[in-house]
Design a binder for this molecule. Structure first.
Ligand code: AMP
Length: 441
């Protein structure tokens, strides 16, 4: 029988919080993490964005804080996250679950006023949700105290490493109570820098691989539309926005410049659009996200860095205007749709320069993109043609056909071996769509 929230013997107040949040049954990550976390063991968890991991760590923490009140303690639980948006989302999640408790939480993130944050710290909230850089400032200035810390969570640890936070995180760990429980969540456990943190953080951890990031979400259909060049992509994008019924659409670009260029172009065509990129200050980011959450705009154009950790309910369509640079990034992007069991659609616009990357993402993820063409906007490009006919010797073939270049996607030997085992029929059942036909293969 599937586990139920009642199996976890959570305090009545949390059970009510779950009902208020509309959470009826635990997601797989919650079903596995909660009982182990309740036992007090350290955990190393691979769980994708959108899997329900936030409640998986919040609920046992909140239970512990409720079961043993300790008003004189300094901060009792700390959740470290890579981005401000993720910190805010976790705080909102906490507020929903804690609505009928007296538990308190504070958010410490860069880009916000220090006097307000000092005031938050003085109130000594039970839980702190923080990005590493700003928190470290306060610890070093003795404005934050982690010596009583009971639980430390590192959320999206792989992102934290990608964003260069490893050293700050290690320094913060050094300031915490050594008797704490530690829970580390990461989309992938293959990240090469991860051991530098896990070695310092975790004691005899239980490793849970719940929803490996490379296993694509079963509720997302992955489509590819071939394009000739940027201008052609813009026309196709506009067609999609005008013809796809999605409530909210997230468009990814690889550069800030491209995101900034697309915004006004779409607005000029009557599409309610905002742009999120890494250079916006906190006020601008809040404004942009407020417009998206409030439904004033339908379309968000974003770069990877800007979109990390975003949880935007109702995203039914993710468009890769430019293909993500790695398979993991592709899954992070497309994981913004199809959340909490909803159906989602991911469409990549693939030009001649993107072809190799597309193939390597397919291989890396064991995924079959479905080919789709837009009537009247079909590309002349139909895949690399030079591989047709008998194969040349590898070296000559390489010269003649750039399609066989080494894939840019991070592909490790271990990962490659595992692909066949993980391969799943994914979205290929989508009606009216053919698997992407590769020339010469
Ligand atoms: P997370 O991976 O924690 O960001 O959660 C992804 C989304 O799933 C959020 O919008 C949550 O509100 C939602 N969610 C988390 N747990 C549950 C649950 N047990 N039932 C329904 N929705 C959930």
């Amino acid at each position: 029988m599937n586990p139920q929230f009642s199996d976890f013997m959570l305090p009545e107040a949390l059970a009510r919080g779950l009902t208020k949040a509309g959470f009826e049954t635990p997601t797989p990550v919650q079903a596995q993490v909660i009982p182990l976390a309740q036992d007090g063991v350290d955990l190393l968890v691979s769980a994708a964005t959108g899997s329900g991991k936030t409640a998986a760590f919040l609920l046992p923490i909140m239970q512990q804080l409720l079961d043993a009140r300790a008003p004189r303690s300094a901060t009792r639980a700390l959740i470290l996250v890579p981005t401000r948006e993720l910190a805010r989302q976790i705080y909102i999640h906490f507020m929903r679950l804690a609505s009928v408790t007296r538990l308190t939480a504070g958010v410490i993130i860069g880009g916000e006023r220090r006097d307000r944050q000092i005031a938050v710290l003085r109130r000594n909230p039970d839980i702190l949700v923080a990005t590493p850089g700003r928190l470290l400032e306060y610890i070093q200035a003795s404005a934050a105290d982690l010596t009583d810390l009971e639980v430390l969570v590192l959320d999206e640890a792989d992102r934290m490493l990608d964003m260069g936070f490893a050293e700050d995180v290690l320094t913060i760990i050094g300031f915490t109570n050594p008797a704490r429980q530690s829970l580390l969540f990461s989309a992938t456990l293959h990240h090469k820098g991860l051991s530098s943190i896990t070695d310092r953080l975790l004691r005899d951890p239980q490793v849970l691989v719940i929803n490996p990031v490379r296993e694509s979400h079963p509720d997302i259909a992955h489509q590819v539309i071939l394009s000739d060049d940027t201008e052609h992509k813009q026309q196709q994008l506009l067609w999609l926005l005008q013809n796809e019924p999605a409530e909210k659409v997230l468009i990814f670009t690889n550069t800030r410049e491209r995101a900034i260029a697309l915004g006004p172009l779409l607005v000029g065509q009557g599409q309610r659009t905002v742009v999120l990129h890494g250079e916006l200050d906190q006020r601008e980011r809040n404004r942009v996200m407020g417009l998206v959450h409030g439904g004033a705009v339908r379309i968000l154009v974003a770069t990877d860095v800007a979109a990390r950790g975003l949880d935007i309910p109702g995203v039914q369509l993710v468009i890769n205007f430019e293909l993500a640079r790695s398979g993991d990034d592709y899954l992070h992007r497309t994981g913004r749709t199809g959340r909490a069991g909803e159906k989602g659609l991911a469409i990549a616009l693939v030009g001649p320069k993107d072809w190799n990357l597309m193939e390597s993402i397919e291989r890396y993820l064991g995924l079959s993109f479905q080919a789709r063409a837009i009537p009247g906007l079909k590309a002349k490009f139909s895949g690399p043609t030079k591989r047709k006919g008998p194969r040349k010797s590898p070296s000559k073939a390489n010269k003649a056909a750039p399609a066989t270049e080494k894939p840019k996607v991070k592909e490790r030997e271990r990962d490659r071996k595992a692909i066949g085992k993980r391969r799943k029929p994914t979205a290929s059942a989508q009606a009216g769509l053919s698997p992407l036909r590769k020339q010469g293969s």
